[in-house]
Design a protein around this ligand. Structure first.
Ligand SMILES: [Zn+2]
Ligand SMILES: [Zn+2]
Length: 508
């Protein structure tokens, strides 16, 4: 305990003395340790978060835009939209908290910096006893930030902060997501919002400027040596995009943790005034003192981007898993209503608004182009998508370079180039294959030669498309040559959600 107390003394600032003394006298009944601090007091300073805190007086709940300066007891709820730790270890974190109505600059004093794991977008509640103008709090010109306060958890028992970890389906997760400067009741547009392309070309030069982007991928955490600061710094590259451009957002030091909570192709960021190197805006964006990051905001433009991302993802993704739970595969392949379609019939049916949305049928085609050897040479025979990035290998399992997770891969649909019938052509790279259909394609053709039907069925159970990945080049070339110009019957299902033709079975 004696090793801890000197650090407490250094935080024993004059302005907080009275409330701290009050805290001590309240705790008179607790065991007094040798250095004069009760164990609960030491804990409160060194580990303020786990302690359950009860408000010692009544606090008024107040939107941030309506806070009055002066000695008032306020309960303030919002989300962290920016923060920085001080490299000189001044003993506090600087936070900016927004509730949509306004923002407040918060100095959060700590026993040690690691007491708090701050995350962008995290919901917080503050219990404050004094509100100052933000200019007094030296927070400069952070947009919509008119006030500031100081929080001393554990030292001044009248001020407190709670950082929430809300589970995804909870009310806490849903609330406080309206962006700053956004009139949801009569919404037409968000002031100063521009496309990423516009921001990177000239927008960064303007006084105001906001971008609304989706996270594409989060790179591995890296350590970079800073010559200027003479130390190693943590950093991570986050790839972000909208419908006009893609760029890198660099996060440094304690903001690296925030990126780890972001989900590729899902997390939306509304960023006001991201920093940008004027001589080279394409090199990427960063977060500065005046930046504001609103994570997963709720307003019409964000809904629009979410939908846009969904359709862009389907168009661009190299791997789409076969959709489960749409069709009864056995019924579609062997059932009584097996309609034979041509490629043109399928196109008509997709455009027909009265047609059944996820219809299935049979399709008789000739493979006129193979890409098996090409994919093998490019080492892209199998593919998957992890962390928003493609994972390729010539093996059915691979380790994602980003998250180090072992992933099961599927055959690359580009193994087949194109297929035709008398009515049209299908570029096979867009098809979504069931694993069983691949196995039937590669090994089913031999069953017609097999004298005993049962034996061939046993073969099918034992063989799998994965066997191809241990074949040598000559054997693979044989398979490619055997498949080229053969006629096969596909059982397909049209997925209206994916807008893709899904192949569930192959017959010879
Ligand atoms: Zn950290
Ligand atoms: Zn991954």
């Amino acid at each position: 305990m004696s090793t801890i107390s000197p650090s407490i003394q250094t935080f024993y600032s004059r302005e907080e003395q009275s409330s701290f003394e009050r805290g001590r006298s309240n705790a008179l009944n607790s065991r007094i340790t040798g250095d004069g601090f009760t164990s609960s007091e030491v804990e409160a300073v060194t580990d303020p978060l786990p302690q359950s805190w009860k408000p010692p007086r009544s606090y008024e709940r107040c939107p941030i835009s309506l806070l009055q300066t002066g000695p008032f007891n306020y309960e303030i709820s919002g989300r962290i939209v920016n923060f920085s730790n001080n490299p000189q270890d001044q003993g506090y974190h600087s936070l900016v908290v927004s509730d949509g109505s306004g923002a407040i600059a918060v100095k959060l004093y700590y026993g040690k910096a690691s007491d708090y794991q701050l995350l962008l977008g995290q919901r917080v509640t503050l219990w404050a006893t004094f509100i100052a103008n933000s200019a007094q709090g030296s927070s400069g010109n952070i947009p919509f930030c008119a006030s500031s306060t100081k929080i001393y958890p554990g030292r001044n028992i009248a001020t407190h902060i709670t950082l929430y970890k809300d589970p995804p389906d909870s009310d806490g997760h849903r609330i406080l997501r309206c962006p700053l400067d956004c009139n949801l009741r009569d919404y037409s547009y968000l002031p100063a919002l521009m496309t990423l392309k516009a921001y990177l070309s000239t927008g960064y030069d303007m006084a105001e400027g906001k971008i609304l982007v989706c996270v594409r991928s989060v790179g591995p955490r890296r350590t970079v040596h800073s010559k200027k600061r003479q130390c190693d710094l943590d950093m991570v590259d986050v790839s972000v995009f909208d419908d006009t451009a893609t760029c890198i957002l660099k996060l440094w030091q304690d903001k690296v943790h925030s990126a780890k909570t972001w989900i590729p192709n899902q997390t939306i960021l509304l960023i006001s005034k991201p920093t940008c190197r004027e001589e080279d805006p394409q090199s990427g964006l960063g977060l500065g003192y005046n930046s504001i990051v609103e994570v997963d905001p709720e307003f019409p433009d964000a809904d629009w981007l979410r939908n846009k991302v969904k359709s862009m993802k389907i168009k661009q993704s190299i791997y789409i898993p076969f959709p489960v739970d749409i069709w009864d595969l056995d019924l579609a392949i062997h059932g009584p209503n097996r309609a034979l379609f041509t490629i043109a019939d399928i196109e008509d049916q997709v455009r027909n608004p009265e047609a059944e949305p996820d219809f299935t049928g049979k399709l008789n085609v000739i493979i006129v182009e193979m890409g098996l050897m090409e994919q093998w040479r490019k080492r892209t025979f199998c593919c998957f998508e992890c962390c928003g990035m493609p994972v390729y290998a010539n093996k059915p399992v691979a380790i994602c370079k980003n998250c180090d997770m072992r992933r099961n891969l599927s055959p690359n649909p580009r193994i087949i180039g194109s297929m035709i019938d008398e009515s049209g052509m299908i570029m096979a790279g867009k098809l979504v294959w069931h694993d069983d259909a691949w196995t039937q394609l590669f090994f089913g053709g031999k069953s017609s030669d097999a004298p005993i039907a049962n034996a061939s069925e046993t073969d099918l159970v034992e063989q799998s498309w994965e066997d191809l990945t241990i074949f040598d080049t000559a054997a693979l070339r044989d398979i490619e040559e055997r498949l080229l110009y053969t006629r096969i019957t596909l059982t397909f299902g049209w997925s209206s959600q994916l807008e893709r033709l899904c192949i569930m079975g192959v017959e010879w």
